[in-house]
Design a protein around this ligand. Structure first.
Ligand SMILES: C[S@@+](CC[C@H](N)C(=O)[O-])C[C@H]1O[C@@H](n2cnc3c(N)ncnc32)[C@H](O)[C@@H]1O
Length: 250
């Protein structure tokens, strides 16, 4: 699967099927948040997709570079106004290097979970750290694993049931593997593998990559993150000076 799980058939309907995430109420707070961190620098989006965040960020005058596995998703980005002006490198964002440094890198909409092993998620942090300028930030938006929704003995969580289809997550608690499964009435099943990951585990991955937690919020509007939060927006920063690097290593 050259384009991963976002091949032609998914890319063709991506914006429509994620319509809520394209609403100004979902996009603008994220773009405000990222633009403030980018300042006068460049932004790197991992898994840029069809440009939901990258295009409005670029419209604010911030140079955005994307890394993306799926050529089909990038062709949708290219077809949009301003899409040609955004640099995209085709590759796996846990390993692909691009030229230059960035003041902010970001990975939104639960996409870190598309890396299905812990080591790939750690590699992703290390790859981002190598791209950040001193003082630069890595921003991740991802859900808190919803294991509290599951009664004892159950590892399947249905999240959509209708006359035309249903959808459910399947969890493997031993490995943190999970999958989201979509069944359309008529028989078609689409299954996407993920690895769920805890906030504290992400902090440790950041530490392994030489980054430190700067902020954690429930959402892009900076609501406080609490034990009831179902998702988070976390910001890790790269130490700005050699003295801070030494301090961080202690
Ligand atoms: C849920 S979509 C998010 C797209 C966009 N960031 C957004 O917010 O609409 C996830 C995107 O990440 C890409 N992706 C997933 N795993 C990837 C990987 N390891 N390397 C590069 N891109 C990846 C997919 O192809 C897809 O375009």
């Amino acid at each position: 699967m050259e384009d991963g799980y976002f091949g032609e058939s998914v890319a063709a309907g991506y914006d429509e099927s994620s319509a809520e995430m394209f609403e100004p109420g979902a996009v603008n707070p994220a773009v405000d948040f990222l633009a403030a961190l980018a300042g006068d620098g460049r932004a790197l989006e991992l898994g840029i997709g069809t440009g939901r965040i990258a295009l409005p960020l670029a419209q604010r005058g911030i140079p955005v570079h994307g890394i993306e596995l799926s050529r089909a998703m990038v062709s949708r980005l290219r077809a949009k106004s301003g899409g040609d002006a955004i640099d995209v490198t085709i590759g796996d964002f846990s390993a692909t290097r691009v030229a230059g440094t960035f003041s902010v890198a970001y990975l939104v909409y639960n996409t870190i979970m598309n890396l299905t092993t812990q080591s790939a998620q750690v590699d992703c942090f290390r790859n981002v750290a190598a791209h950040l300028e001193p003082g630069g930030c890595f921003v991740v938006e991802v859900c808190v694993p919803s294991l509290r929704s599951l009664p004892p003995g159950q590892n399947v969580f249905p999240f959509h049931v209708s006359a035309t289809g249903w959808a459910y997550d399947v969890y493997d608690f031993a490995t943190q593997a999970m999958s989201s499964n979509y069944v359309r009435a008529g028989g078609e099943l689409r299954s996407i593998p993920f690895r769920y990951v805890w906030p504290a585990e992400l902090d440790l991955m950041a530490q392994l990559a030489g980054l430190r937690l700067r902020e954690r919020w429930q959402d892009w509007t900076r609501k406080p993150f609490t034990g009831e939060s179902t998702s988070h927006v976390s910001v890790w920063e790269k130490p700005a000076t050699a003295a801070e690097v030494v301090e961080h290593a202690r």
